[in-house]
Design a protein around this ligand. Structure first.
Ligand SMILES: [Zn+2]
Length: 262
């Protein structure tokens, strides 16, 4: 593998982010931090090769509970509502070479199935990673949460082309253009305002959608899409481009669809 200095430093940086994200779920990563291979969304380091690039990425190829998935054949159930306790956060935004990520101030959380998870960061994919009944969306927002045990719960919001959404404005206006670039702003973003009004959801157990594809992630994909304007979607496209992992086999897993929001 031809690793030049730049791609090496980026992969170390990415590794640090991945660690922050999956600390507690993925153990033993710190010792081999410098050897995380560089991965991409196309070509020789693209999704179909992730699982073979490094032992540490093995779950990307061998895992039986991978994400994203095409959400279909689900079971309807009146699941307990997700309780969102989100507060506004300063905008600490980074272009990590794979996506635009906003690291969220402490103190925001969700409660689901009696478990509390703190909101750690949110980021975007273009086009959507999850599909619903074979349909793909323009983009997808992932709000990543972690509980005291280090277990992850990710809320997915499907984003479709339509009206401009001003709640996304401050983030989209400040996306760092280059990989490894960061911005810290005094301006705030309220994650609660990024969600659709109706919060019924699909639920299943899956994985991180990026290497190391760690499993045991609780996925909560909201059923109702949020609209962004074509200009907002294009602003992300111009900076990041395509960054979705293709859908993975559902295998033995059950997908549940929440039917009523009380
Ligand atoms: Zn994601």
């Amino acid at each position: 593998m031809n690793i030049n200095k730049r791609s090496l430093s980026r992969s170390v940086f990415t590794a640090a982010l991945a660690l922050g994200l999956s600390a507690g779920v993925y153990s033993g990563a710190r010792a081999s931090e410098k050897s995380h291979p560089h991965w991409t969304y196309e070509g020789e380091h693209g999704p179909e090769h992730w699982g073979h690039m490094s032992g540490e990425y093995a779950a990307c190829a061998g895992g039986k509970s991978q994400s994203p998935v095409d959400i279909k054949g689900y079971e309807d159930k009146d699941l307990a509502d997700i309780v969102f306790n989100y507060k506004p956060s300063r905008i600490n935004i980074v272009n990590n070479g794979h996506t635009i990520q906003v690291n969220y101030d402490k103190g925001s959380s969700i409660k689901v199935n009696g478990m509390e998870y703190q909101l750690v960061q949110f980021h975007f994919h273009d086009p959507s990673e999850h599909m619903v009944g074979g349909k793909s969306y323009a983009m997808e927002l992932h709000l990543v949460h972690k509980n005291d045990k280090g277990e992850l719960a990710v809320v997915g919001v499907l984003l479709e082309s339509g009206k401009e959404d001003k709640a996304y404005g401050a983030v989209f206006a400040n996306m760092p253009k280059k990989a490894d670039e960061k911005k810290e702003l005094k301006e705030t973003v309220d994650a609660a305002a990024l969600l659709p009004k109706t919060k019924t959801y699909y639920s299943y157990t899956g994985s991180l959608t990026t290497p190391p594809c760690t499993e045991g992630v609780t996925w909560l994909v909201l059923k109702t899409p949020v609209q962004l304007s074509e200009a907002q979607i294009n602003a992300f496209k111009d900076i990041v481009g395509v960054n979705n992992r293709p859908v993975q086999p559902v295998n033995e897993r059950k997908i549940t669809a929440d039917t009523v929001s009380k």
